[in-house]
Design a protein around this ligand. Structure first.
Ligand SMILES: Nc1ncnc2c1ncn2[C@@H]1O[C@H](COP(=O)(O)OP(=O)(O)O)[C@@H](O)[C@H]1O
Ligand SMILES: [Mg+2]
Length: 274
């Protein structure tokens, strides 16, 4: 029988071999649309597929950190971008194998002001992540609900953007066009390799006319490139709301619920695309 390598041996081996290290940012300037829920559950299902994942909580609220059972009070990404800590020293393991995180804390909300006068301020996150990129298959960055300096850093650090769109929000045209204009500006200036991986509909409720109208309207908007929409649509499911309060991703809370099955499908779609 061949002995299984220990986790530390595997980690050393992977550092030598090097991973692809693709970085995905989850962005939408509106709050409550499912950014954090999508980041944690895609990450968790990618990890269960054997991919090595680093979650980066880049929202001062720290919801991503608490969603994987980590406190958002210790040193984390704020201390990294302000050069107080090395990123390698603040990467934490989570409740799930293959799923690590750099947490966030409320100090990060002050970073918006601190970074304003800093030269090259939009490259700070990218520089920090560059040193660990080859240790992970995917790095997933969860952004706050704005298009401010933190989200800008997310866009500059990323290879791909995933945009969660809540199906219960009708006045979304202005939001979508502002978001896409921002991405376009980033592509033309500070990050030419940035691509849109796709838009994912979240909180879909087939019983409501609004959900169906939103999907219809967005599909019409992107009729010339429908591939921008992920096939998988995430339904509204109470279990997805409950899981974070237990500090676990959905696959460790209720792997069979409709929300879990949808995020599993979406994670496979993302692995295929990205
Ligand atoms: N598909 C869903 N079904 C039910 N509740 C959801 C779903 N997606 C997210 N939620 C809940 O909606 C709220 C906002 O989601 P969240 O992922 O935190 O949004 P954001 O990060 O964009 O602010 C949270 O309480 C979350 O648990
Ligand atoms: Mg969030």
């Amino acid at each position: 029988m061949t002995a299984k390598p220990s986790q530390s041996t595997r980690h050393r081996q992977s550092c030598i071999i090097g991973f692809m290290g693709k970085t995905i940012v989850f962005a939408n300037q509106k709050g409550g649309v499912g950014k954090t829920t999508t980041a944690v559950n895609i990450g968790s299902y990618m990890a269960s597929e054997g991919k090595k994942i680093l979650l980066v909580d880049f929202d001062p609220q720290g919801n991503l950190s608490s969603s994987v059972g980590c406190s958002h009070k210790q040193d984390g990404i704020y201390e990294v971008i302000t050069s107080k800590r090395d990123i390698k020293d603040v990467i934490m393991e989570t409740v799930q194998e293959n799923l690590s995180i750099v947490t966030s804390n409320l100090n990060l909300s002050g970073a918006t002001i601190e970074l304003v006068d800093m030269e090259g301020r939009e490259f700070i996150l990218r520089k920090a992540l560059d040193s660990v990129k080859d240790q992970f298959d995917y790095i997933l960055i969860d952004c706050p609900p704005s298009l401010g300096v933190l989200t800008l850093n997310g866009f500059v650090a990323a290879d791909y953007v995933i945009v969660p769109l809540q199906c219960e929000f009708f006045a979304l045209e202005g939001f979508i066009s502002m978001l896409f204009q921002t991405v376009k500006r980033i592509q033309q200036t500070v990050n030419k390799r940035l691509k849109i991986a796709g838009i994912v509909f979240t909180m879909y409720d087939s019983r409501t006319r609004l959900s169906n109208e939103v999907i219809h309207k967005v599909k019409a908007t992107f009729s010339t490139h429908p591939e921008i929409l992920f096939q998988t649509i995430i339904p509204r499911n109470i279990k997805l709301t409950e899981a974070p309060s237990h500090g676990v991703p959905i696959n460790l809370y209720d792997n069979q619920c409709v929300g879990a099955r949808s995020y599993h499908k979406l994670a496979l779609e993302v692995i295929e695309r990205v």
